[in-house]
Design a protein around this ligand. Structure first.
Ligand code: NAP
Length: 283
């Protein structure tokens, strides 16, 4: 089984993006700018923010962090949000989620300027992804899966792809991105009757269930390409995906697979950078 390493996808994508940013600034243009909004100190959000900042620095995208207390008053937060939303020098906005419940995420999804919605949370961008319109922003993780498949040289047209998971953040938008590239898509979830059979039919199997090592050799054919989106912590506190790679290896299943960590997750922030650059260039 060939391992598709996220680092290789990231290196190729970063190089392309950095060259485009350089071209823009050499022509006298302002570099793209990302605003990162964080409410509270949730460790996974702090760590994601750190990773995003580093990635933007590497590519030449400027960024500004806005950090607010978890008990911030709703109207005050909306005022701040609206101010950043209309700031002409801010090209993209990353709102780290989940937000404290009183800030009503749904309201902010409607409020964000779709042109700055680089993480694809606005209903306008969701509709654009559904319609296959090129100027919409998909959420970064599903698009990272597409980047990984493209890097691996996979032509999606006509391929049988099974996606395990139907969330609004990963499974659903990913299924639409695949469909827009002419794949034949099956979407599985907790009510799917025979998960192993649905998965075994796939030429490309994508796991986005959030269940540690849910998919084993029983779900995977010999020639299947397996993309693991899951980021889970197992019973021993170890980071793992939704796919049991050891089981696949022992059975000789899968022609290629992404590891966790070191797979799709690492590509996500480069897709974010790509969106910020696109937002800047569209101005
Ligand atoms: P989620 O909202 O919990 O959705 C999980 C989906 O998987 C649901 O649709 C659920 O079905 C389905 N599912 C759960 N258990 C299943 C089972 N035993 N059999 C079949 N389907 C099952 O999770 P999410 O936000 O989409 O995230 C999925 C995974 O991706 C998580 O591990 C998360 O940490 C990871 N993730 C990674 C990144 C990244 O950058 N790589 C970004 C975001 C998320 P129902 O709809 O029927 O409940």
């Amino acid at each position: 089984m060939e391992l598709i390493k996220g680092a290789e996808v990231v290196a190729a994508l970063n190089k392309r993006l950095a060259a485009e940013v350089e071209k823009l600034t050499e022509a006298g243009g302002r570099p793209p700018k990302l605003a990162i909004l964080r409410v509270g100190e949730q460790p996974d959000q702090v760590s994601y923010e750190r990773g995003a900042r580093k990635r933007m620095d590497k590519i030449g995208i400027s960024h500004q962090e806005y950090v607010y207390p978890a008990d911030m008053e709703k109207e005050l937060f909306y005022q701040e949000f609206d101010r950043i939303n209309v700031d002409s020098e801010t090209d993209g906005i990353l709102l780290l989620r989940p937000l404290p419940a009183h800030l009503e995420e749904k309201e902010l999804e409607r409020r964000i300027d779709p042109a700055k919605d680089v993480d694809g949370i606005s209903p306008i961008n969701q509709a654009k992804v559904m319609a296959g319109e090129k100027d919409g922003f998909a959420p970064c993780t599903p698009e990272a899966v597409i980047e990984v498949l493209e890097y691996a040289g996979v032509n999606l047209s006509g391929k049988r792809v099974t996606v395990v998971g139907r969330s609004m953040v990963v499974g659903k938008p990913l299924s639409l991105l695949l469909l827009n590239r002419h794949a034949t898509v099956t979407i599985c979830h907790t009510r799917t009757k025979d998960l192993p059979a649905e998965c075994r039919r796939a030429e490309i199997l994508i796991a986005a269930a959030g269940r540690p090592r849910l998919l084993t050799a029983e779900h995977v054919g010999e020639q299947t390409i397996v993309i693991d989106v899951g980021i889970n912590v197992d019973e021993n506190g170890k980071l793992c995906g939704d796919v049991d790679l050891a089981s696949l290896e022992a059975a000789g299943a899968a022609s290629a697979a992404t590891p966790v960590p070191g797979g799709v997750g690492t590509v996500t922030t480069s897709v974010l950078a790509k969106h910020v650059l696109e937002a800047r260039l569209r101005k």
